[in-house]
Write a protein that binds this ligand. Structure first.
Ligand code: C2O
Ligand code: CU
Ligand code: CU
Length: 504
């Protein structure tokens, strides 16, 4: 196994329940050394690890390999390594499930044959293995991998199973060659919220959590609470992932003067934008990614977010909101996720004005309208349907003929981050955007800056209607069964997922 990078630029001991060492590019979600229980056998080693996806060999899901008894994927002696692939790479790897329950790995955002996509039809029992083989066909960008059993996705992701999957291509090479180096001034940061109690973060949602999605009160970046991230002065590229089960963040970098820094948004879910867009915040629903470039001087900065807590339901029958559900006020709250410490000189990087040509999507041939409703017993429906292995929301969609506009309507008081497997789509329009998204629209169609590239996940905010354009031709032929689901993982586990059946 070849390690393609391993760096620790600055080590700072943090005070707290567990003194942890946090590396500069704490890029592996697993974190640094001395951080909790070791599994028997192969011991995860210190520091972030980048591994070539094509050379991983075996990826193992294990319990208790992270601090607080949390779980992780182990490969090449690292926990939740950052997997790096090149467009065109052939991948052949074995997943081994060492958890106590069924599991399977999903490559979020990749366009692969459904048999290698982590569909729960292929989940394997405890102790079982699954052999993946596929070709990486996506554009360069920041993707990720996480569990996808049914049920159990919510618990397993919450417990820590998740990692980045970075794809490189000719366009991302140009950007890298302008001066970004993975693990140095190009870092991947996954944001997650958990509930801590007694030094552990067990998963035990209440009925209310199942309806709202599990919202934690402790914030982890790459598995560590309030880490210090060491970067160099100059230009830095941050790859942000919202790896939370349910929480929505408006993330920004705040300077010593407490002001949000101007950032250049350069990439979203499906890779680079055409050109950088100036932003000060990015809205990230669960599953979404954004790459931003910031200029930092010497000193300390904060990775900060405004986030939404579902407020306790207002009592009494009059407190019932739409659909007879508890009235949920989504209250803005500011949280500091990580400290960015800049104590070393670095370089300025000129980000190219033209980043990439985002492929055009053919004009639509048909349209569908889909609404999201509660379906009783904490379940949610998509277009009137709840999860069932045997049913398909749409049958006989044609890869070679169909380009569809889907109108996603959310009449509920809860945000739904909607995700499609097997495709990257375009966002056409937003109508009825609530306060959560105010001030972020950048065009007359109500779109946010983060809507302007290829997307695999789109946040449909309370009361909002979002139109997306999906070309069902992802280049793969034969019968495909892809999933369309809410990435609020409690919703996903409780019915808010459907099969799409696509054929030639
Ligand atoms: Cu990231 Cu089907 O999920
Ligand atoms: Cu996915
Ligand atoms: Cu949802």
């Amino acid at each position: 196994m070849k390690r393609i990078g391993r760096r620790r630029l600055l080590i700072g001991a943090l005070a707290g329940t567990a003194a942890v060492l946090v590396g500069a590019a704490l890029t592996a979600l697993g974190g640094g050394p001395g951080m909790g229980a070791r599994p028997r056998g192969e011991a995860p080693s210190a520091g972030p690890t980048f591994l070539r996806l094509g050379e991983v060999g075996t990826l193992e899901a294990r319990e208790g390999v992270m601090p607080m008894g949390r779980w992780g994927y182990v490969a090449g002696g690292a926990v939740n390594p950052v997997l790096v692939a090149r467009r065109g790479d052939a991948v052949d790897l074995t997943f081994r499930n060492m958890l106590g329950a069924p599991s399977i790995v999903h490559w979020h955002g990749l366009e692969v044959d459904w048999r290698h996509d982590g569909h729960p039809s292929y989940q394997v029992a405890s102790g079982g293995t699954y052999r993946y083989s596929f070709t990486v066909r996506n554009r360069g960008g920041t993707y990720w991998y996480h569990p996808h059993p049914m049920p159990g996705t919510a618990e397993q992701a919450y417990m820590g199973l998740a990692g980045f999957l970075i794809v490189e291509d000719a366009d991302t090479d140009v950007l890298r060659d302008s001066g970004f180096e993975l693990g140095v001034n190009d870092v991947a940061l996954a944001i997650q919220d958990v509930r801590l109690s007694g030094g552990a973060a067990p998963y035990s949602p209440t009925m209310m959590d199942i309806m709202m999605g599990m919202h934690g009160w402790a914030f982890l970046v790459n598995g560590v609470q309030s880490p210090q991230i060491a970067l160099r002065a100059g230009t830095n590229r941050l790859r942000l992932l919202n790896a939370s089960n349910a929480r929505v963040y408006r993330a920004s970098v705040v300077g010593p003067d407490n002001r949000q820094l101007p950032m250049k948004l350069i990439a979203v879910d499906g890779g680079l934008l055409e050109r950088p867009i100036e932003v000060r915040e990015v809205l990230l629903g669960p599953g979404e990614r954004a790459e931003v470039v910031v200029e930092l001087g010497m000193g300390a900065y904060t990775l900060r977010a405004t986030t939404w807590d579902p407020a306790p339901p207002r009592g009494g029958p009059m407190g019932r909101g739409p659909m007879g559900m508890p009235h949920v006020a989504l209250t803005g709250r500011t949280v500091d996720l990580a400290t960015i410490v800049v104590g070393e000189r670095g370089e300025a990087v000129d980000v190219p004005a033209e980043l990439s040509a985002v492929p055009e999507t053919a004009p639509p041939s048909s349209g569908r309208r889909l609404s999201f409703f509660p379906a009783g017993h904490g379940r949610w429906s998509i277009g009137g349907m709840t999860w069932n292995y045997r049913d398909y929301l749409y049958r006989h969609m044609s890869a070679s003929r169909d380009v569809e506009v889907w109108t996603l309507h959310n009449p509920s008081p809860i945000p739904h981050p909607m995700h499609i497997h097997g495709y990257q789509f375009r966002v056409l329009r937003r109508v009825g955007t609530p306060e959560m998204g105010w001030g972020l629209a950048v065009d007359g169609a109500g779109r946010l800056a983060t809507d302007l590239g290829l997307k695999d996940t789109v946040l449909v905010m309370p009361g909002e209607t979002v139109e997306i354009l999906v070309d069902l031709d992802n280049g793969l032929r034969g019968q495909q069964v892809y999933l369309f689901h809410c990435h609020n993982l409690e919703h996903e586990d409780h019915g808010m997922m459907v099969n799409l059946y696509v054929e030639d």
